[in-house]
Write a protein that binds this ligand. Structure first.
Ligand code: 4AD
Ligand code: MG
Length: 464
């Protein structure tokens, strides 16, 4: 008989029907006469209860029904006698598809997240990681739905690139050269002419530059793909490999860009509230008691729009009143997570969209303000997370863009194609990047970014 997914089974009330379910044993308890098996198949956080009358089954078979074992169970769907579930299965056949010994690492409840990371290949079988992965799927679906509905095209940008979009030099090189025997030129520099691509290439830190080519042809595009950063920051907010969503839109100004950021992120959070109720309730109970309330509040409040200069003034005022920050506050500095969180969680108590940053702390492509000092960059700062989105209106003026490229010594040889967008029919445009895992952190209430991606890549760890 074809198996029924547990999520569907638990909706059914056609008691008396024969059903088959498959899944992994969460727990088995019971008496001499009857065993109760909680079975989970990953389709929902909820388990189905299997009732097995001991006399109907071989003793040796029931001994194999241990935590983690994989079963196929056929039986009758019945209305449950016990509390906690509406229906259960009165088993007639139990087949052990895969036994699971006492050395199963996910056996005990309440293991630390650090322990789970060390067993990352099996942590997916736990309630918490099941919930997170289902929410992750829902968020990806929400993102595609949002952009599709708003007329953006899903645009695929390359993962291997010769340009450093953010100019921060945090790239992983891609090469087929023999690292033990590198050909060097007369200056002692590596000669890449015989490398696979005939030049130095890396994994992308952002699809934005190619995304701009798409937007200035198709009007509005978005990317959604893996992104790589060799930043040696071992923090709960950084991954070396993460997923980024980068919409890019022609003919918009800063205010319209910020409107999209706010509308988009609220749509995603609302989607989670509407489509992930069971998993969110579980996480709210087990991980963070204020999670659902925080998600609701983000959907219902208007984000603060804050100029960088005003933000610095607020932080300086806080310092004057005795607030202690690890990093000193002054105009021109890049905000640290503690500053962002002070503004969002303590001062405004709402998400903040900040703009008007000093040009020195932002990338070359951002549109210059009339003051010649600040740029139209916009970061969305979130409670618990800090920066969740980074974006900007782009400099569409060829000469001004060239000035910034020269000021920063950006090598021109791999940028000519980007500059062509400003030479041939240049247009005002802008976009942003949302860190997918930062969104998942926010929506799940988890504390560490390593726990919201199936297989995290961070400095010194590339296991599984
Ligand atoms: O602020 P970032 O560096 O901006 C860009 O890359 C732009 N090119 C985006 C654009 O305008 N199209 O990165 C964007 C977002 C951050 O706000 C953060 O959410 C996430 O990407 N992010 C990371 N997430 C996890 N691990 C890392 N190491 C991250 N670096 C950035
Ligand atoms: Mg940023």
């Amino acid at each position: 008989m074809k198996r029924t997914k547990i999520i569907e089974l638990l909706q059914r009330t056609d008691y008396g029907t024969q059903v088959t379910v498959c899944g992994w044993v969460r727990t088995r308890r019971g008496s001499k006469a009857v065993n109760f098996i909680a079975l989970n198949d990953g389709s929902t956080i909820k388990n189905v209860q299997i009732v097995a009358d001991v006399e109907r089954f071989d003793e040796e078979l029931l001994k194999q029904v241990t935590t983690g074992a994989c079963l196929r169970v056929t039986g009758t769907l019945v209305e449950s006698q016990g509390a906690g579930q509406a229906s259960e299965i009165q088993a007639t056949e139990i087949e052990v598809l895969g036994t699971c010994g006492a050395d199963y690492p996910m056996q005990k409840k309440g293991q630390s997240f650090e322990y789970m990371r060390q067993h990352g290949h099996l942590r997916l079988r736990t309630n918490t990681f099941g919930a997170i992965m289902r929410i992750r799927h829902q968020m990806a679906y929400a993102i595609h739905t949002y952009f599709h509905k708003h007329g953006y095209y899903y645009f695929h940008t390359p993962l291997i690139t010769a340009s450093d979009c953010e100019g921060a030099g945090q790239m992983f090189q891609v090469t087929t050269k023999n690292l033990y025997d590198l050909k060097k030129n007369a200056d002692g520099k590596i000669d890449y002419s015989d490398d696979f691509f005939g030049k130095q290439t890396s994994l992308t830190v952002s699809g934005q530059l190619e995304g701009e080519l798409g937007a200035t042809a198709l009007g509005a595009i978005y990317t959604f793909g893996p992104t790589f950063r060799a930043e040696n920051s071992n923090t709960p907010r950084h991954l070396a490999e993460f997923w980024m969503i980068e919409p890019e839109v022609a003919f918009i100004d800063l205010e319209e860009l910020e409107d999209i950021e706010e509308d988009f992120i609220k749509y995603c959070v609302r989607w989670a509230l509407d489509h992930c109720q069971d998993d969110l309730e579980f996480l709210n109970k087990m991980i963070d008691k204020s999670l659902i309330e925080r998600l609701r509040s983000v959907c219902d409040t208007e984000f603060v729009r804050l100029d960088y200069t005003e933000g610095i003034r607020i932080l300086e005022e806080a310092v004057a009143k005795g607030e202690k920050f690890e990093f000193p506050v002054s105009w021109g500095m890049d905000l640290a997570s503690e500053h962002e969180r002070y503004l969002v969680e303590r001062h405004f108590n709402k998400p903040v969209i900040m703009s008007g940053y000093p040009k020195e702390i932002k990338a070359f492509y951002m549109k210059m303000n009339a003051d010649g000092k600040t740029v139209q960059g916009t970061d969305v700062l979130f409670p618990q997370i800090g920066e969740i989105i980074g974006g900007s209106v782009r400099e569409e003026d060829y000469d001004k863009l060239m000035e910034q490229i020269k000021e920063r010594d950006i090598p021109m040889k791999d940028m000519w194609w980007y500059l062509d967008t400003r030479r041939f029919g240049s247009c005002p445009h802008g976009g942003f990047g949302l860190g997918f895992e930062r969104l998942i952190l926010f929506v799940t209430g988890m504390q560490n970014i390593r726990d919201v991606i199936p297989f995290p890549r961070t400095p010194k760890t590339a296991e599984f």
